[in-house]
Design a protein around this ligand. Structure first.
Ligand code: DGT
Ligand code: CA
Ligand code: CA
Length: 583
């Protein structure tokens, strides 16, 4: 689809405009980019069927942006963008991913030092040239070097949220083929890891060669690394690789087990097999020459003395021991993981994103209802977050009364049991105070608080800051508690153990934010929170209805963190939730 191609250009135009110090326009381009990125119709189809007028149906797309989209669809180029690129031919998209480097800094480093890409930036920083630039200094230079090192560490990995939709599309295409008898995802994507190196598929087929033909000619394939009789490997246009293997039916279960991994899980499992005098590999479980399991994954685990466990658990963090206890009928076996269908509502939804139209609350509510929810909570940013046009006290009171009216309308026909809750995502200030008056916080159904500024504080200070916010009796939830942005920004320095202890004492809920680049809390912290009896909530942080489905990524991380239904408060009905917030 051209949607993502054009969205990327719109984002880049926003960066260029910001470089020039233009007001408002950058937000408009960014908003249009986001909408297009998540728009559910192919833009080429839309344009073919409805012409220029159709383009303006995309939220956030007005006359001038529609013209640029049309130009791209007709000529493959946007002159406005090309002119910017000629003036500053730096890789703005990559350079601005470095923590602390915004568009304006890109402009300075290009104009002063001619820096166009990451390698050049790194070299200049190492040579001490960055600190001498106006507005930079030694600390910025150090941060840039740290930022680049961080980016390099995750290079070549992809966000689960970027890759899973593509994996599902590929899966559906392959599955449709009559040559494919059985198909599974394997590897890290089956384990729903937060980042993915490459995609692995396994299949059963009478005609492996035909499956190979189909695989290497999938749309979006840009390179074939290898094409064998039963095994192929390709590169997709988005930059990641996919492997497929066709497996004989009698070995399908053991291959699925082996190629799902993780590697550490497999190594531990193989050790158990050896101790039992068995041999375990991708072809089966063997006693001498005799195959004792292989076709069925559950059987493979069973003959080794384990119960089957969800792929999300397979990281060798205690799941093997738990599966043995489970098989022996002992207590303390495998967790009864929260199910993908257990969530009843989402409490982190921004309806007035950057104040440029946004999605009206009622529309968001109806979308959430269609999504299968019983409630949605609208949690706008608050006043000190200027860039997001956060609400002040007066606007929050208006927000509450607007939601009351909507609830009244939604229930007046008596036709639906759906509830909109009024919330906010307030800012935790540097000293741990909340940027909204307590009296107004008390009027909301619930309060989320999060850190949105001054990320670089010493560990002790940052920990104190968040713990103080949890001590505010109106604060119910801490959003994205560690602040990481995968591949972009390190967590803040915090003492997670102390935060968990304070959360338990103050009965503050920690968020599992499902936004693809956040997934925060991450799996290992979720597991610790559960062990400490801390309640959590899985939210999406959606900015429009098409992001509600991000919830799947948050649920998968909760499952990777061994979370059960009772650990997650938005598995509860609304009455129980409100009672909990009121206590
Ligand atoms: P990724 O692709 O980096 O996100 O992670 P995975 O887990 O998908 O790893 P990948 O694609 O290299 O291999 C798929 C699975 O194959 C992996 O999860 C476990 C298995 N596997 C790969 N290499 C080894 C190995 O050296 N030993 C064992 N026991 N299993 C392996
Ligand atoms: Ca893989
Ligand atoms: Ca692989």
């Amino acid at each position: 689809m051209k949607n993502q191609e054009i969205a990327k250009i719109l984002y880049e135009i926003a960066e260029y405009l910001e470089m020039e110090g233009v007001a408002f326009k950058p937000q408009a381009y960014r908003k249009a980019g986001l909408e297009l990125d998540t728009f559910d119709r192919d833009i080429e189809d839309l344009y073919r069927e409805e012409g220029f007028k159709g383009l303006k149906k995309i939220p956030g797309v007005g006359e001038s942006i529609a013209q640029k989209i049309e130009e791209y669809l007709k000529t493959g180029k946007i002159k406005y963008y090309e002119d910017f690129k000629k003036k500053i031919p730096a890789d703005v998209e990559i350079l601005t991913t470095v923590e602390g480097v915004g568009p304006r800094k890109v402009k300075i480093i290009f104009e002063e030092l001619g820096i166009k890409n990451l390698d050049e930036l790194e070299e200049a920083a190492k040579e001490g040239k960055i600190r001498k630039l106006p507005g930079f200094g030694e600390k910025t230079e150090k941060n840039i070097l740290e930022g680049i090192a961080f980016l390099k560490r995750d290079k070549g990995r992809f966000l689960l949220g970027e890759i899973l939709p593509i994996a599902k599309e590929v899966f559906a295409k392959l599955e449709k083929s009559k040559e494919v008898e059985e198909l599974s995802m394997a590897g890290s994507v089956r384990r729903m890891k937060d980042t993915i190196g490459d995609l692995d598929f396994l299949a059963i087929s009478e005609n492996p060669e035909k499956v190979m033909d189909i695989f290497v000619s999938l749309p979006g394939v840009v390179r074939v690394w290898g094409k064998g009789a039963t095994k192929s490997s390709i590169r997709m246009s988005q930059g990641f690789d996919m492997d497929i293997r066709v497996i004989p039916k009698k070995s399908y279960g053991s291959a699925l087990q082996y190629f799902t991994g993780s590697k550490d899980h497999n190594i531990h499992l193989r050790k158990i097999a050896i101790e039992k005098g068995l041999k375990l590999n991708e072809y089966g479980v063997f006693k001498g020459q005799k195959m004792v399991a292989g076709e069925d994954e559950e059987e493979v685990y069973k003959v080794l003395g384990l119960s089957w466990m969800a792929p999300e658990l397979r990281e060798n963090t205690g799941e093997i021991e738990a599966a043995i206890r489970e098989a022996q009928g002992k207590s303390n076996g495998l967790p009864k993981l929260i199910d993908y269908k257990d969530i009843k509502g989402d409490l982190h939804y921004h309806s007035r994103w950057q104040e440029i139209d946004g999605t009206p609350i009622e529309e968001a509510a109806l979308a959430a209802r269609d999504f299968g929810y019983e409630y949605i909570g609208i949690s706008e940013h608050t006043k000190t977050l200027k860039i997001e046009h956060g609400l002040d006290e007066k606007q929050l009171l208006h927000h509450i009364s607007e939601i009351e009216k909507i609830n009244f309308r939604l229930s007046s026909g008596g036709q639906l049991k759906f509830r909109v809750l009024s919330g906010c995502e307030a800012n935790i200030m540097q000293d741990g105070s909340i940027d909204i008056d307590d009296k107004v916080l008390a009027r909301l159904d619930y309060v989320i608080a999060g850190v949105h500024s001054q990320f670089k504080m010493p560990m002790e200070k940052m920990t104190e800051r968040i713990i103080k916010a949890m001590g505010n009796p109106h604060v119910d939830i801490i959003s994205h508690p560690t602040g990481r942005l995968i591949k972009k920004r390190e967590e803040y320095q915090i003492d997670v153990e102390k935060i968990l202890e304070a959360a338990r004492e103050t009965k503050t809920v920690l968020e599992i934010n499902s936004y693809p680049e956040r997934l925060d809390l991450k799996d290992v912290y979720i597991k610790r929170a559960k062990e400490e009896g801390v309640k959590m909530i899985i939210n999406t942080d959606s900015h429009n209805p098409s992001q509600l489905h991000y919830i799947e990524y948050g649920i998968s991380q909760a499952r990777r963190g061994w979370a059960e239904k009772e650990d997650i408060i938005n598995c509860w009905p609304v009455e129980k939730l409100l009672k909990f917030f009121n206590e």
